[in-house]
Ligand binder design. Structure first.
Ligand SMILES: *Cc1c(COP(=O)(O)O)cnc(C)c1O
Length: 512
């Protein structure tokens, strides 16, 4: 079924789905951000303390719909919200997510006689691998998480466990598992003084993961080339890997959040990273929160350079991905994949809790989620993924992504020619720029006066929303396109009219 048909079906079903659909359509007709009045009204409506008597279901419902909801933003519902990388929610994912809430399955232990939930979760992971063109035989190990941040933490945790075990083994030490004995004891046994994460323009959440895991934020090291902050300087990388006393994780930004570009340009570059990691016993992690989905594209020449950015990811040891961005399922959802089937268990297993081990019937091909991820009790967040993949298939997702990329490229090309704006990173021909544009457009105003308040001026229109960012010390704006509702033609008209109006307004003000 085509997406637009699905929307029509959702609208016409006289059902829960229709009610929710309508709720999600109403408040955003006027603007992407709530009005100041709506925000004030909503804040004033919040109770100062919990009453002894509840106010009841109906009154609570009215309060939420009339006071709270109007003060939400349209970030996921409007295709013109280009902040962060936000994604939307497909109709099938919305349906499934409401079923998840209604039935409230706890996906914790694989109990095949009690619920189908863990089977569905495992199946959804398999469908996702098919979409991403990763071999099930190698990659069907992983788990659903709360998002890219958690997935980065899981990937680095598995990597930390692995590299230190290898180092301890080499020393002939019997203490080898951080999960079991702790970081400090394994480091001592391995005779190491630290763990480093070597990357280029890593996402802030990867640095945060290093903080959580005791590696330390300061030990995430940028190994970029002098003239390109996203490309690995292979010589420096090898020097760091060869340092004695350090264990290393290499993290590839497969889709860098500010520019949307890729740290590796093709399979050969990933092969070289793999070779170096093997030579020095390092772990290769890919942060593919949104960039991973480049692999879902078809082989047409139009998207060739993007598809190449996702090449060779199958050579990694762990991969972090996001569900609530390009996959267009609701918050919160991400996934963590690991090529080593037992590594997550080494880190996350519950100790000796016999009642948590399932029914021991030998059907343990599906691991219990509680032993391979952070949570014990946990939401059935795989169902929206399952539903959306089944409903739209590979081609449905390719079509969503194509529209997003085409819109980003239209805007990038238009900005390239615009007298008042710079497209970033600068340099290169227009054709190169367009070929390298995925679904993020980074730009600035040429005049400093306008540039300082550019994102505010654009967002004041409430017709679209951009993130404020920076590039090489100057403020910049970022348009990130990841909503299934995007229409490349009408949205291009809207974006260019807003950007033209903002530039013209500034030129007029300067002439007065
Ligand atoms: C968004 C993002 C993350 C963090 O994901 P959350 O879902 O926000 O936790 C990590 N890495 C990259 C490249 C991202 O774009």
């Amino acid at each position: 079924m085509k997406l637009q048909d699905a929307v029509e079906t959702a609208k016409s079903q006289g059902s829960l789905q229709q009610q929710l659909w309508e709720i999600t359509q109403t408040p955003w007709k006027s603007g992407i951000l709530p009005s100041a009045d709506d925000l004030t009204k909503a804040r004033a409506s919040l109770p100062s303390s919990l009453g002894a008597e509840g106010q009841g279901f109906e009154s609570t419902k009215q309060h939420i719909l009339n006071d709270i909801v109007p003060a939400f933003n349209g970030s996921s519902i409007s295709p013109h919200y280009y902040g962060f990388v936000t994604g939307g929610v497909t109709p099938a994912a919305l349906l499934a997510d409401n079923i998840v809430s209604a039935y409230d399955q706890n996906v914790q232990v694989h109990l095949p006689g009690h619920s189908i939930a863990t089977d569905v979760e495992s199946n959804a992971l398999g469908l996702l691998l098919d979409l991403l063109q990763l071999k099930r035989a190698e990659w069907h190990n992983g788990t659903f998480t709360t998002g890219g941040s958690a997935s980065n933490a899981l990937g680095l945790a598995c990597g930390r466990e692995y590299v230190l075990r290898v180092a301890a083994e080499t020393k002939g030490a019997s203490i080898q598992s951080i999960g079991e004995h702790g970081f400090f004891e394994v480091m001592q046994a391995a005779g190491l003084s630290g763990v480093q994460v070597l990357s280029t323009l890593p996402h802030s959440s990867l640095v945060k993961a290093a903080g959580i895991l005791g590696i330390g934020r300061a030990n995430v090291i940028n190994i970029c080339q002098n003239n390109d902050p996203l490309k690995f300087d292979m010589e420096r990388l090898e020097t760091e890997l060869a340092k004695s006393g350090k264990a290393n994780l290499v993290a590839v930004s497969c889709g860098e959040v500010n520019t949307g570009r890729f740290a590796t340009a093709n399979l050969d570059e990933m092969r070289e990273l793999r070779r170096l990691c093997d030579k020095y016993g390092a772990w290769l992690h890919v942060d593919g929160a949104f960039g991973l989905f480049a692999r879902a594209l078809d082989d047409s020449a139009e998207f060739n350079s993007i598809k190449k950015g996702g090449e060779g990811i199958e050579l990694a040891d762990s991969i972090a991905g996001d569900g609530h961005k390009i996959l267009n399922v609701p918050y919160d959802c991400g996934f963590s994949l690991c090529r080593h089937p037992t590594e997550a268990h080494n880190v996350f297993q519950n100790a000796n809790a016999a009642y948590l081990t399932g029914n021991g019937n030998g059907a343990a091909s599906i691991p219990s989620p509680l032993n391979i991820g952070i949570e014990n009790s946990r939401r059935f967040r795989a169902l929206p993924v399952y539903a959306s993949l089944l409903a739209y298939g590979k081609i449905g997702y390719q079509n969503m992504l194509k529209k997003q990329i085409r819109l980003a490229r239209f805007i990038a090309g238009w900005l390239y020619d615009h007298p008042d704006y710079n497209i970033l990173p600068e340099g290169g021909t227009k054709e190169d720029l367009i070929n390298q544009t995925f679904m993020v457009v980074l730009f600035s105003a040429k005049k400093d006066g306008l540039n300082r308040c550019l994102s505010a001026k654009i967002n004041e229109t409430s017709k679209m929303f951009v993130s404020g960012s920076s590039w090489q010390g100057r403020p910049a704006c970022r348009i990130a396109i990841s909503n299934w509702r995007v229409d490349e033609d009408t949205d291009f008209d809207l974006v260019t009219s807003v950007l033209d109006t903002v530039a013209k307004g500034d030129n007029a003000a300067n002439q007065q």
